[in-house]
Structure formats: C-alpha cells, structure tokens
Design a protein around this ligand. Structure first.
Ligand code: RM4
Ligand code: MN
Length: 385
C-alpha cells in the first residue's frame, strides 16, 4: 500500500501556458481583464498557481505562441518565479500551408516545412532544458478519396523518424491522438492504437499521451491507461473534461468518477511516483470562467481523485476479486470514491505551510485585481484561432 500522505505531497501537475491566455470557441473569444500579454506574464500566473497549491512547479509551452527571443532568459525568469519550463508543444495546425495537412501533406515542400518546425522545437527544448516534445497533429481528411490513407501514414512515420533521431538521450516524443476535429472523415493519429504503433516503430524514447478529451463518448479511458502502462508506453496525460467532444473544461468537472477510475489505474500501475516518468499535465481552456482559479480548481480536483484512488483498500479489493465477489469488489472501489478527502488534502497543505483552501487564498491575495490594473495596453495572448 502506498504512503497516502507522502504520495500526495510528491504529486506534480504541469499547467499549460495557453490556459492563462484568452480562448474561446469558433464562435467567439471573450477577452478577460488581466490576461497575460506575453510568455513572461503567463509564467508569472503559473507561478501563482504553484505557490498556492505547492504541486504545479512546471509550465508547458506552445510554439510559436510562446516564442521569445531568448529561451534561456525565459527559463531563468521561470526559475526566479519558482517554477520551471516543462513540455514543449509543437504547433503545425495554424498556418495556411497546412490546410491539407502538415507532416502528412501530399506536397513535399509543406511536409518539409512542418518537419522543420518540429526540429526547431527540439532546439527550443535544448535551450529551455525541456525533456518532452508533445506532438499533436490536426492532419486528416474531410472526404472519402481526398487523399491516400496509407501514404499519409508513411509520410507521418518518416517525419516522426526524423524528429526522433534528433532527440537527445534524455528527451522524448510524446505522441498525442485525437478522434476527430478539425478533420471530419479521417484523422491521421485518431486513437491510442495508432499512436502506440508509431511509438513502437520509433523506439523507447517515444511514448503516448492520453488527452482525456480526445475519445469517442463512452470510451473506457482507464482501460487505455492500464494497457499502455503495462506496455511501458504511457508518457503523459493532458487532463481536461468533456461533456460532448474536445470540450477542454476543468479536469474533474464533468465526470469526477471517471477521473477517479483513471487515477486508480495510475496508482495500480505504480505510475504516480515522479520516477515513473509520467508527465501529468492540464490541457484546458477557460473561456467563460476566471482562468487562474479555474486552473487551481483543476489541480485540486486531480488531487482529490488521486487521494481517493490512494485510499482504495487494495488487499480487500484483491480478495473480493479472487473470490469472484462482484458486489464486494465494486463496493471497495465505491467506498473510496465516496470518501470526502478534502479535509485530508487541507491538512497536507497546512503541514507544508500552504493555505487549506487555495482558491480562497487566491481570492484573498488581490492578485486578480493587481493584474487587471497592471496589464493594460498591449495585446492579450490568445490561441490565435
Ligand atoms: C490540441 C491538443 C494539444 C494542444 C492543443 C492546443 O487539441 O490537445 O495537446 O496543444 O490542442
Ligand atoms: Mn492535448
């Protein structure tokens, strides 16, 4: 049985730079006061989340959204603020050239351009000290016959190989999959099986990322977690929650029970320990709610799901499973899920000198008022859609 308190103290959750920026749907982006105008201000906000929660010491960057002249300087600024730069996310989905695909485009010139961007992201990792390159491709087709499904897999494999060969010994590719959107007929990396097969072909420095919002409704995500962990090919999570498609809502908001079931498989697979090498990230957009407290809330939701997963009576569960006692086994899991772990988490925070309630502490800090007053003029950051 894991040491519940020690494990919760050691848990780490990475927050995404873009979650601090303006975002919206294809219908409207509602700007909010105080939103960062550059990557430095995003890092400052991320540092606030870390100071209040104690478990969010790294920030994922998205290139080119977070491009700066000197990445070493940005990394040094992050250190000053008490955080570090984390995963580098490549972006090959927002250039006119990529209308028919990036690395799978039928045009070799465009494939070259897209692959060069991925290689440039490895250079960024070398400057920031980041270990992980997260690749999500919007590539796919809208109509039957539009392009050759097989040839697109070959083009994808060739680009991934080139990038893989550029990685340093301690760097990894994290390959993300998503069922559909923006492509509506075929997607070139639509599911975990496709991502898994490409990582196998590439080698041990390639792993799969599970974005919890990227599946068909009803998909059993905890099964995917268990399977990939067993195969040692699970590299990271993009946590968020969804009611319909890729909604990017706060983790644990739509279906806390699913988050608990996922975290149970993580605990069961001994994957919480930072030494296991799984990067736990958020990938969210806060379109209508205040961003920083929404990110704090997401972090605490994940902590709650984790705490519940950690208190599952595993010997009792194993005994019930062995006896084939279906109801007793299910009851063991439900008992843990139904336990209120908020007092335990509050206590652990206080033991570390943190406020019991990080959202209340954020409200009392005056930070929201401060950034609204200070961040006037300039252009607010957004995901540029
Ligand atoms: C994609 C994918 C990536 C994220 C972008 C913003 O849907 O989830 O992880 O970088 O969105
Ligand atoms: Mn994602």
């Amino acid at each position: 049985m894991p040491d519940v308190r020690a494990t919760l103290r050691a848990q780490r959750i990475e927050t995404p730079s873009w979650a601090y920026a303006n975002s919206g749907t294809r219908f409207k982006v509602f700007a909010q006061p105080g939103v960062p105008r550059d990557p430095y201000e995003k890092i400052a906000d991320a540092a606030v989340v870390h100071r209040l929660t104690g478990v969010a010491p790294t920030v994922s960057l998205h290139i080119p959204w977070d491009t700066v002249e000197d990445f070493g300087k940005l990394a040094a600024y992050a250190e000053e603020q008490g955080v570090r730069l984390g995963v580098i996310n490549a972006n090959v989905f927002q250039d006119d050239d990529y209308k028919l695909g990036s690395v799978t485009n039928p045009d070799p010139r465009i494939r070259r351009k897209a692959t060069d961007h991925l290689l440039a992201c490895v250079d960024v990792m070398n400057a920031t000290g980041s270990k992980d390159l997260k690749l999500w491709f919007s590539d796919g087709t809208n109509y039957p016959g539009q392009d050759d499904i097989r040839a697109r897999q070959d083009r994808l494999a060739a680009a991934l190989r080139e990038v893989y060969d550029r990685l340093g010994d301690d760097q990894r590719i994290l390959l993300e999959y998503k069922l559909f959107e923006p492509a509506f007929y075929t997607t070139d990396v639509p599911d975990w099986g496709t991502a898994y097969a490409h990582t196998l072909e590439l080698g041990p420095k390639a792993q799969v990322v599970i974005d919890t919002g990227h599946h068909a409704p009803g998909t059993n995500i905890e099964f995917i977690v268990a399977f990939l962990l067993r195969q040692r090919r699970l590299g990271a999570f993009d946590f968020n929650s969804r009611f319909y498609a890729d909604d990017d809502l706060m983790a644990g908001a739509a279906d806390p029970f699913q988050l608990f079931r996922i975290m149970y498989e993580i605990v069961r697979g001994d994957a919480l320990d930072p030494a296991a090498g799984i990067t736990f990230m958020l990938d969210q957009c806060h379109n209508i709610e205040a961003k920083i407290p929404a990110i704090i809330r997401s972090v605490t939701n994940i902590q709650e799901a984790t705490a519940k997963a950690l208190i599952v009576d595993r010997p009792a569960l194993a005994a019930a499973q062995q006896e084939g006692d279906v109801l007793a086994a299910n009851a063991v899991l439900m008992d843990a899920f139904s336990t209120d772990v908020r007092p335990l988490l509050a206590e652990i925070r206080q033991e570390q000198g943190l406020a019991a309630d990080p959202i209340a502490a954020y409200r009392a800090s005056g930070y929201a008022e401060k950034i609204s007053a200070e961040r006037v003029g300039g252009t607010q950051a957004g995901w540029g859609a």
